[in-house]
Design a protein around this ligand. Structure first.
Ligand code: PLP
Length: 370
């Protein structure tokens, strides 16, 4: 089955196989795995060992995003969040519900964040200490230029938190050149092509040391995770870790390092181009113009045909071994197809053929947008 949902993604059998073992998380064998993972993750992020720490947290992307917001913003702290789509909305909610004050920067649903608009908003409101950026907005499929936004944040003397959940491991990230970033957060199950169950923050050590006590949550305090690693060693977890997930990540990183990040991005881009051209050939309407379309996820307007139902299409596709989401994350009805994971352009071409057959099976002939 091709998982194009997009995240969790299709994984290699070697990665899944690494999970089929019993692991004692406090045992020295596993400690060595965790030490190695932290070093490898730091390298993927372009972090410097003397400036950055890779901090693992059990759970999903929302958890580690909340942890970053709680750790680096004090209660009542104000964060500007470009309203890029569904995942920026989630960051807004996470900030609000943890007692921070999100200030959305309005943006059209398919627009790219203009760094100058961020600069103006920061200039107008000196109480904004942070900017929260969704690097790859999985809602729309648009990539936002975290480096250019970071440059204006740095010039303005403010701090940045980057949700790089659907970007990390594919889009460029060099935290050594981005001192304005308190933390970049991500999970194991997207572009790293491992399984769901753990998140990471790569965070600045000086900021971790300065912000202790902000979090108001023991579970979600990145500074406590850092302090624990200093006390008990970088191979230790505070609470029971998803050890099998991390063992699988260790194997997934072997494939990541062999492929290299630029080549992974090329492969995802080729997947996206194959999908984009295929969608057009089927007579369907892409949600984004091609120049706005990022390499991670593509949304497609639902066809105008009365025979269309999303669940019917999903079921017909699943009978052909392709699984897409049965919901949409755009302001208008769409279906979403992931381009990431351990898949090739040839497999994506197969998925397009499966879409062709699925549309025929459910009797959709009017393909243009409703
Ligand atoms: C997947 C994703 C998340 C987190 O999702 P979880 O379901 O909590 O793992 C956050 N931000 C972006 C941009 C994502 O793509």
């Amino acid at each position: 089955m091709l998982l194009l949902i997009p995240g969790p993604v299709t994984t290699r059998p070697e990665v899944r196989r690494a999970m089929s073992q019993d692991i004692a998380p406090w045992d020295n064998d596993f400690r060595a795995v965790l030490v190695r993972l932290r070093e490898r993750i730091l390298r993927v992020a372009g972090g410097r060992p003397d400036e950055h720490a890779a901090l693992p947290l059990q759970g999903c992307g929302h958890f580690v995003t909340e942890a970053a917001l709680r750790t680096f913003l004090p209660p009542g702290g104000r964060i500007l969040i470009p309203a890029t789509g569904a995942y920026a909305d989630r960051m807004v909610r996470l900030a609000r519900e943890s007692g921070r004050v999100p200030v959305p920067l309005p943006l059209g649903p398919t627009e790219t964040t203009d760094p100058q608009a961020v600069a103006r908003a920061l200039a107008e409101d000196p109480t904004l200490s942070h900017v929260g950026v969704v690097y790859s907005e999985t809602g729309s499929g648009v990539i936002h230029d975290a480096v250019a936004i970071g440059a204006v944040v740095r010039t303005a003397g403010r701090r940045m938190i980057v949700d790089s959940v659907s970007a990390f491991g594919a889009l460029p990230l060099d935290l050594s050149a981005m001192p304005e970033v308190d933390a970049a957060v991500f999970t194991t199950n997207k572009c790293l092509e491992a399984l769901p169950g753990a998140g990471f923050a790569v965070a600045r050590i000086d900021r971790l040391q300065a912000c202790g006590g902000n979090a108001g949550s023991w579970s979600f305090d990145l500074s406590d995770i850092y302090a624990h690693a200093l006390r008990a060693g970088p191979g230790s977890f505070r609470f029971t870790p998803p050890a099998q997930i991390l063992a699988a990540l260790d194997v997934a990183l072997d494939y990541y390092e062999a492929e290299t990040r630029p080549r992974r991005l090329e492969r995802y881009t080729a997947n996206m181009r194959t999908l984009y051209a295929g969608i057009q050939r089927l007579g369907l309407t892409p949600y984004l113009p091609e120049e706005q379309q990022g390499p991670v996820i593509m949304n497609v307007h639902v066809p105008a045909d009365p025979a269309w139902t999303l669940q019917g299409f999903v079921d017909a596709l699943k009978r052909r071994n392709v699984l897409i989401s049965n919901f949409h994350n755009t302001p208008v009805p769409t279906f979403r197809v992931g381009c990431i994971g351990a898949i090739t352009p040839a497999e994506m071409a197969g998925a397009v053929e499966a879409m062709h057959q699925a549309l025929q099976e459910i009797g959709v002939t009017r393909r243009k947008a409703a």
